[in-house]
Design a protein around this ligand. Structure first.
Ligand code: C2E
Ligand code: CA
Ligand code: CA
Ligand code: CA
Length: 273
């Protein structure tokens, strides 16, 4: 009884210590990764459904850890947010994406570049100034840049966020709401937030066109978003049946493995040829 319980507790706290140790270790490696430029942006095509043309690319970060190899953002972005390291990482992401975007424009590819900006970054970084200086520095143009934000990112400190979004958009930069439909507040803020693109979350797309509830939700998001003047992009599209359904119901764009997974820049360019 008691003995087991105590054993359980001490086992649990050992586990916590283990976890804390891992976190500290990861944070240290992450700090070093920033200094040693161990990050790389991969690009996933965004496709205009009707013309089948690649019209954009989402920049998705990868970490080339010298010991552990390629690490996915899901395994370090949350910790980067907690520790504030996201500021330095996010700055690098915007710079590198704009630099690459400019290279592609110069090669004659007419692409927009989408960059993920996290809640923490939006709160603590002077993002409008960062974007301004980056566009100047790289020569990339505002009308080719898309900033992706999640619903929860803009829900925090709403007044400030709205002002910031207006300032960003006034420069001609477009705003996309990422993972749309997974937040808890999808309607009231749509009226107040200056948005250009809704990205329907992959979870709603997965079972289309087989699951009636998901199909109803996707149709409703497309209809509502279009009526409000937004462009609609479906995320995580893997099958032609999904694309047919999306096209039939008025969704203009998709992004997903059906076209391609995120690629290194050299591989991405092969897709454009
Ligand atoms: P996200 O912004 O929602 O990006 C889409 C994720 O879905 C990407 O995962 C992409 O590889 C994956 N995906 C796209 N199409 C498909 C598909 O057809 N099937 C499946 N199974 N997956 C698909 P990734 O690259 O691992 O990124 C995960 C998340 O990490 C991103 O989700 C985003 O929230 C975050 N992230 C990535 N790069 C950055 C960054 O530079 N800054 C910040 N703040 N967050 C980032
Ligand atoms: Ca995104
Ligand atoms: Ca997403
Ligand atoms: Ca996501």
């Amino acid at each position: 009884g008691k003995k087991d319980k105590r054993g359980g507790i001490s086992y649990y706290s050992d586990e916590l210590t283990e976890l804390a140790k891992k976190h500290i270790e990861l944070a240290t490696r992450l700090r070093r990764a920033i200094e040693h430029s161990e990050f790389e942006l991969y690009y996933q095509p965004q496709v205009h459904i009707k013309s089948k043309r690649i019209v954009g690319a989402e920049a998705l970060i990868r970490w080339n850890d010298p010991i552990h190899g390629l690490i996915s953002p899901n395994d370090f972005i949350p910790l980067a947010e907690e520790t504030g390291l996201i500021g330095a990482i996010g700055e690098w992401v915007i710079r590198d994406a704009c630099r690459q975007g400019k290279l592609w424009i110069d090669k004659g590819y007419n692409l927009s570049i989408s960059v993920n900006v996290s809640a923490n970054q939006l709160r603590h970084q002077n993002i409008t100034r960062l974007i301004d200086s980056t566009l100047k520095e790289t020569g990339f143009t505002a009308d080719k840049l898309v900033i992706e934000l999640t619903e929860s990112a803009v829900m925090q400190r709403e007044e400030e966020a709205v002002a910031m979004l207006h300032a960003i958009r006034a420069k001609g930069i477009r705003l996309a709401i990422d993972d749309f439909g997974t937040g808890y507040s999808s309607y009231s803020y749509l009226k107040r937030f200056p948005i250009d693109i809704l990205k329907i979350d992959k979870s709603f797309i997965d079972e289309v066109p087989f699951e009636n509830d998901d199909m109803a939700i996707v149709k409703a998001i497309i209809a509502m978003g279009s009526a409000l003047g937004y462009k609609i992009l479906a995320e995580g599209t893997e099958h032609i049946e999904q694309i047919d359904f999306l096209e039939e119901h008025g969704c203009q764009y998709y992004q997903g493995y059906y076209k391609s997974k995120p690629l290194k820049t050299s591989e991405f360019e092969k897709l454009l040829l």
